[in-house]
Design a protein around this ligand. Structure first.
Ligand SMILES: C[S@@+](CC[C@H](N)C(=O)[O-])C[C@H]1O[C@@H](n2cnc3c(N)ncnc32)[C@H](O)[C@@H]1O
Length: 253
């Protein structure tokens, strides 16, 4: 039994540690040819993630989906921003796990969050119904997914979410965002969504104290961020990953 299961009320008891368990494959995933049908797998911390067989790619680390999201996006990103109102922009809404964890952290810290999430291939209801992260927050999770797209909707008095159905490459990055979660599929699987143009646009769109985090630690991605103007740190990654990247707009922080 791991810490997450015990302390966070995670819904599924992890029976086989570190062993992939395929539950179901879903035919209704609205996806491009090379992404095809995702399957649910249980990651090493007992939390579920999705796997795309044709692309050979996971939505989260198999070493722990919740642990990765908590480490990379909440601790290394969101919790570094000390404002009372925080604008978050997520590239890759996917399962909605980062949004859910951010709503929970906003509640814990008592800060206001305006969260914008970009996603080109929303999951089908059939998949969402089978994903369970926190028993006590399942209602929030369902609400996050049932919210209308393109509209800002309040999940709680502290957390407002706008899901935007778009390609990362077509989005007009005009928000003044404080924290960016760059959670696209890996650069070797989808190089087109890790471009200099996107990093340049994000740099312009971020507030002066803006922070961008990603699980990716690749040198050519770090150099793209630096070329855009960010000051970039390599910091310890989540379980199973030595490093990750954190980029700041200002070098003075
Ligand atoms: C690593 S997963 C994101 C995981 C997500 N943050 C979560 O917590 O489940 C990458 C996401 O990017 C989406 N995606 C892939 N290509 C895209 C594109 N060109 N534009 C927008 N979204 C894209 C995928 O459908 C997938 O949901």
């Amino acid at each position: 039994m791991n810490g997450w299961s015990q302390t966070q009320g995670f819904a599924t008891e992890p029976v086989f540690y570190y062993i992939k368990i395929l539950y179901f494959c879903f035919p209704k995933y609205n996806s491009p040819k090379n992404m095809h049908t995702p399957c649910i797998e249980i990651s090493a911390d007992g939390s579920p993630t999705l796997f795309l067989p044709d692309m050979d790619e996971h939505y989260h680390s198999i070493n722990g989906a919740i642990q990765e999201s908590q480490h990379v996006y909440i601790e290394a990103g969101f919790n570094q921003c000390l404002k009372n109102t925080i604008h978050v922009l997520e590239l890759g809404f996917g399962t909605g796990l980062n949004a859910l964890l951010t709503a929970m952290e906003a509640e814990r810290r008592g800060v206001q969050v305006i969260y914008t999430a970009l996603e080109k291939y929303p999951l089908s209801d059939e998949i969402v119904e089978k994903l369970h992260y926190f028993i006590e927050k399942q209602e929030w999770f369902q609400k996050i997914h049932s919210m209308e797209w393109e509209k800002a909707v309040a999940l709680t008095p502290l957390f407002t979410l706008q899901k935007i159905r778009t390609d990362f490459r077509d989005f007009s990055y005009s928000y003044n965002c404080d924290v960016v979660y760059y959670d696209a599929f890996a650069p070797d699987k989808q190089p087109e969504v890790w471009s200099q143009e996107i990093f340049d646009n994000l740099f312009k769109a971020m507030s002066p104290a803006g922070i961008l985090t990603t699980y990716c630690a690749k040198g050519h991605i770090r150099r793209m961020m630096q070329h855009a103007g960010f000051s970039v740190e390599r910091i310890p990654g989540p379980p199973g990953k030595r490093e990750m990247l954190r980029a700041r707009k200002s070098t003075l922080l």
